[in-house]
Design a protein around this ligand. Structure first.
Ligand SMILES: Cc1cc2nc3c(=O)[nH]c(=O)nc-3n(C[C@H](O)[C@H](O)[C@H](O)COP(=O)(O)OP(=O)(O)OC[C@H]3O[C@@H](n4cnc5c(N)ncnc54)[C@H](O)[C@@H]3O)c2cc1C
Length: 461
């Protein structure tokens, strides 16, 4: 990058917040996937106006701008595949307001999700979207990827809680979408245009979020199955049975073994699969729902169903679920985390397809995730330095996508399209749908400077 432009940009954020050295920039060359690419410059702006000024300069000189939260993304979204500026958002990390009367919050995008969840909890309210990465990820990243989480089964995902956004566009102009009224109908829902847009349409600088009531009681259960097929049938039966659990997470045998090896907490390592199930609500309803859930599990051939007797027991089960990623990382260094998702009634077929693909390509694949949402998270445990294995991984991933689409599902239940899934987006949207996405991108970001090479900017070569 031209040194005069570097000086201009440095003057906007201050010298301390402009990183030009190779070793500093290198730290911003990857996210939580296995790909990486070097940025020319890293900027850590401290305000919306600094971001707008940076975008104006970038626009004038045709420089790509890649917004980055905590880089926990699993589709390559924050990797600067075309170089340019990485804009790190973590200095914008304040809660501006939590309004308990009207039940909303206004926050900056760089706040770590867990810190926000804790503040909302302290205010006596509840914000349900809870990605397993909440201790690291930022709310800006959650909104840009439309993050899901275990609570998604009952409460929905991030998009169901975003009331409005402030966004800096590619040329530095600032727009506000939505407002603090849930049910704003003044024109199209522009907020949803940016929710899930993965930094390709604008830089989110302020977020308005809906809050809800805290459940009075909850109960965690673990159902143990001999065969994963029975666990999969339980999920679809449960969802059709009239009681929607708060969470319905699955772990297959390989996942159980990996976590047990990592935590040593007495998980049933011989089981074909376990389901972690939580119900919440008012105490009487919770009692009734526990009985209902246990009966469905037993009818679907669960070996045992245990209810956690103490908060400590429940916490241990959730710790097991949250530890899946590091535990699998210990088995093989490159964990390729897919989130192709299918309608709940097709879960048993998707489980069968995943197992068939793993066998066909002789790959270590584990299944865990938000089964209640149809999101099974087939993860391939591989080694990116083994070229022959990675070629098999590529083919397996393509077949996973095909299987999910054939069952009426989607390429991504929550991790987004980013760089890694961009070549396949047309499979889901069709040629005309994909072109429509390209036209929208062209209209909002005519020079294609915001996160280029991703999503609709993918060009088959
Ligand atoms: C161990 C682990 C567990 C995970 N579990 C879940 C899970 O349960 N559910 C789930 O949905 N995801 C999960 N993820 C994926 C990831 O954590 C989410 O996608 C998360 O929302 C990304 O947040 P981030 O701050 O790290 O964003 P980044 O990775 O930094 O960025 C993600 C995308 O958002 C864009 N972006 C970031 N901030 C902004 C902004 N302010 N304005 C515009 N664009 C922006 C970036 O350009 C990029 O395209 C997991 C990841 C890991 C590593």
């Amino acid at each position: 990058m031209d040194q005069q432009i570097v000086r201009k940009l440095t003057a906007i954020v201050g010298e301390k917040h402009a990183l030009t050295e190779f070793e500093d920039r290198y730290c911003y060359s990857f996210d939580s996937t296995f790909i990486n690419a070097m940025p020319d410059l890293v900027l850590q702006p401290g305000s919306r106006d600094e971001i707008a000024a940076v975008c104006r300069v970038a626009y004038e000189h045709d420089i790509p701008v890649v917004t980055r939260g905590a880089a926990t993304g699993l589709s390559g979204g924050a990797v600067p595949v075309k170089g340019g500026i990485v804009l790190e958002m973590t200095r914008l990390n304040h809660i501006i307001e939590i309004n308990t009367v009207n039940r909303y919050a206004i926050v900056e995008p760089g706040i770590v999700t867990q810190n926000y969840l804790a503040a909302v909890d302290q205010a006596g309210l509840f914000y349900p979207p809870d990605p397993a990465s909440s201790k690291m990820a930022t709310l800006g990243g959650n909104i840009s990827e439309c993050a899901g989480g275990p609570h998604g089964v009952k409460y929905g995902i991030t998009r169901n809680y975003v009331l409005g956004l402030e966004v800096v566009l590619a040329d530095g102009s600032i727009v506000q979408t939505g407002n603090l009224v849930d049910g704003d109908m003044s024109g199209p829902d522009w907020t949803m245009l940016f929710c899930g847009s993965e930094g390709t349409l604008g830089v989110i600088t302020k977020i308005m979020l809906k809050l809800t009531q805290k459940p009075q009681a909850k109960q965690t259960m673990m159902a143990i199955f001999d065969r994963i097929e029975d666990a999969a049938t339980t999920v679809s039966t449960m969802m059709a049975s009239g009681v929607i659990p708060t969470t319905l997470e699955i772990m297959d045998n390989s996942t159980i073994r990996a976590v047990e090896n990592f935590l040593n907490i007495g998980l049933p390592v011989e089981a074909g699969a376990i389901l972690l199930i939580e119900v919440d609500g008012d105490p009487k309803a919770v009692e009734k729902h526990v009985q209902h859930v246990m009966k469905v599990c037993q009818d679907c051939k669960a070996l045992t169903v245990k209810a956690a007797k103490t908060t400590k027991e429940a916490d241990a089960l959730w710790k097991a679920r949250r530890s899946v990623s590091p535990a699998c990382g210990k088995i093989n260094p490159t964990k390729i985390s897919e989130d192709a998702t299918v309608p709940r009634s097709r879960i048993p077929e998707m489980v069968a397809a995943v197992r068939e693909i793993a066998e066909k390509y002789k790959l270590k694949m584990v299944i865990f995730g938000h089964a209640g949402d149809g999101n099974l998270h087939p993860n391939i445990l591989s080694n990116k330095h083994d070229k022959e294995e990675m070629a098999r991984v590529s083919k397996a991933v393509e077949e996973l996508f095909q299987a999910a689409l054939k069952l009426g599902g989607t390429l991504s239940g929550e991790h987004g399209i980013g760089y890694l899934k961009a070549p396949f987006l047309v499979w889901e949207l069709g040629e005309e749908g994909f072109q429509f996405g390209k036209d929208v991108k062209q209209a909002v970001d005519p020079k294609c400077l915001l996160n280029p090479g991703k999503m609709f900017d993918y060009r088959a070569s």
